[in-house]
Design a protein around this ligand. Structure first.
Ligand SMILES: Cc1cc2nc3c(=O)[nH]c(=O)nc-3n(C[C@H](O)[C@H](O)[C@H](O)COP(=O)(O)OP(=O)(O)OC[C@H]3O[C@@H](n4cnc5c(N)ncnc54)[C@H](O)[C@@H]3O)c2cc1C
Ligand code: SF4
Length: 513
């Protein structure tokens, strides 16, 4: 009998196009899929996130078998399960005596280190293949970044537009502009016909996973049911079609809006599917482009959506692999306050945070502006330890894999990398939240009150953050205006702001904010 090639398939590698599966004879290959305890517990993942990944893995294993692959599948409650990638790959090596191990590079530095260690441990050749589901390779990103004083997504994005030809008319961008963001900042109104992402009824396989998760993580974070995620490529494709038909036309206009009770607005809720491998990102973008070419979707929506995927998504991945492992420890402002308990309980008088965290607990989902301008903004201006903030985001969202979550959190939202990823901190007072949402109407605090007993905590914390960190931010040209405004305030007003911020931080420490 010939010795097989052992091909581990990780939980976010659920794609038939995976590089490790190409140019391999199915009869010579043994695929290995593992549900390991270490991966379910290294941060306290949302129960819906665990269920989504395990259910999608089980469905993918069945689809691979149907396609003629031989798959070893280790379930979480298999009595022999060692609970770690290293242990399970070791058991598979003993079972199959493979000739070599072949794997598509993982999305996480930590897992890459584990895999690299296997070569010496088992004295077997290990081939780590690039993940071709991304448009930009590590090498390409590194050479784009090299020699640049500043890395900016916008310029990287233009390269990706040229490379893919998406929304291009010859060498020029469709509509004569690369970016229509300035048209994408409208507040939303309640709409009885608001689109909803596709709900998928759990089948027997998914129901078994839900029971397993309930039994294994009875006290884990997050509401487990109702569970609505698609867990197969076919259903994820239906979710994509629903989004393009119903929500994409208004995606652009309302991209930054928030509304109480409207968890999704016109967002796609496709990130879990794209990140796990159920949907190919370029295919998703081509569908959006086609809807524009067919006249069904305006350019600002198609461009805004495509930019998130071939721009931001690829850009943050480039930064992750360029800067790891040190990036995970970045803390530019030396922020050290512990993550408030209300990030887990949603028990706070601040309506905006209560809404976003409550929704996160129930759905393992929040859209970008909720993550950036509510939970992220508060953590930033209150001076929360960015590593704790990172672990929270990695835990609570179904789409959270470290390569994408860490740069978004540490770089974009907490500015803990000192401005490598973003040109200015996303810090804002209550005024921004009031402009883009209706949350302030239902809040115990008064967004118009700046420093009084009942003032919105964001108002004074915003100034306190800028003043606390003036040495590090004072020279940033994008912050010149707010610092000028501060300098023009009377000494008394400034003192009132700083006192109000101190009062909010005291209340925060006492669990009374
Ligand atoms: C603090 C913080 C943490 C985040 N953590 C994650 C994470 O763990 N995983 C994750 O996929 N995204 C993360 N994001 C980015 C973004 O918020 C989510 O991708 C988006 O909210 C997913 O919802 P959606 O599919 O409805 O997105 P849509 O608004 O419909 O956008 C379309 C697609 O674009 C991509 N996208 C949009 N923005 C980004 C971005 N900034 N970076 C990378 N891809 C993007 C996603 O694939 C998304 O599905 C984070 C953002 C912040 C501010
Ligand atoms: S008043 Fe302040 S705390 Fe309350 S919802 Fe508005 S921004 Fe949030």
């Amino acid at each position: 009998m010939t010795r097989p090639v052992l091909i581990p398939i990780l939980g976010d590698q659920l794609s038939f196009s995976l590089s490790a599966l190409q140019d391999v004879d199915k009869s010579d290959a043994r695929l290995l899929m593992m549900e390991v305890a270490q991966e379910t517990t290294y941060v306290p993942h949302h129960r819906k996130k665990i269920a989504f990944i395990l259910a999608a893995m089980r469905h993918h294993a069945a689809a691979l078998r149907d396609a003629g692959w031989q798959v070893d599948y280790v379930e979480l409650d298999d009595p022999d399960n060692t609970g770690s990638f290293g242990g399970e790959i070791g058991r598979a090596v003993t079972r199959h005596d493979p000739l070599r191990i072949r794997v598509t590079e993982p999305g996480e530095w930590r897992v890459l280190e584990i895999l690299r260690g296997l070569e010496a441990e088992h004295n077997l050749p290990l081939d780590i293949l690039p993940d071709s589901r991304f448009l930009c390779s590590h090498k390409e990103f590194a050479s784009w970044a090299e020699g640049r004083k500043q890395l900016r997504m916008e310029y990287f994005y233009r390269e990706m537009r040229r490379k893919t030809g998406l929304l291009m008319e010859g060498d020029e961008p469709a509509g004569g502009r690369w970016n229509f963001d300035s048209e994408n900042r409208k507040p939303a109104d309640t709409d009885l016909f608001m689109p909803r992402p596709l709900d998928v009824e759990p089948d027997a396989t998914t129901r078994a996973v839900l029971e397993l998760v309930e039994a294994r993580f009875p006290d884990g974070f997050g509401t487990l049911t109702p569970f609505r995620f698609a867990v197969t490529t076919e259903d994820a494709e239906k979710a994509l079609e629903r989004f393009i038909d119903e929500a994409l036309p208004r995606f652009g206009d309302y991209q930054d809006a928030m509304l109480t009770g409207e968890k999704y607005l016109y967002h796609s809720v496709l990130s879990p599917y794209i990140n796990a491998g159920l949907l190919d990102p370029l295919h998703v973008c081509r569908k959006a482009e086609q809807a524009f070419l067919d006249g069904d979707v305006p350019l600002n929506s198609a461009e805004g959506f495509i930019r998130q995927i071939i721009g931001w998504r690829e850009y943050v991945r480039g930064i992750y692999w360029l800067k790891m492992p040190d990036y995970a420890g970045a803390n530019h402002f030396g922020a050290s306050r512990p993550l408030p308990d209300f990030y887990w309980s949603a028990e706070t008088k601040m309506a905006c945070l209560r809404e976003v965290i409550g929704q996160t607990r129930d759905e393992a989902y929040a859209h970008h502006i909720q993550r950036l301008m509510v939970t992220g903004n508060f953590a930033l201006i209150a001076g929360i330890d960015p590593h704790q903030v990172h672990e929270w985001y990695l835990s609570v969202y179904a789409d959270a894999f470290e390569w994408v979550e860490l740069p978004n959190t540490v770089g974009m939202s907490q500015f803990a990398d000192g401005g490598l990823l973003a040109s200015k901190p996303y810090a804002a007072s209550g005024n921004y939240i009031n402009k883009m949402s209706d949350h302030c109407r239902n809040c115990a605090y008064d967004v118009k009150d700046r420093t009084g007993e009942n003032a919105c905590p964001f108002n004074a914390l915003y100034w306190d953050f800028l003043i606390r960190n003036r040495e590090k931010l004072g020279a940033n040209p994008r912050l010149a205006q707010p610092y000028r405004t501060w300098d023009r305030m009377s000494a008394e007003t400034r003192k009132d702001y700083l006192n109000a911020a101190a009062r909010s931080l005291k209340r925060l420490e006492a669990g009374k904010l």
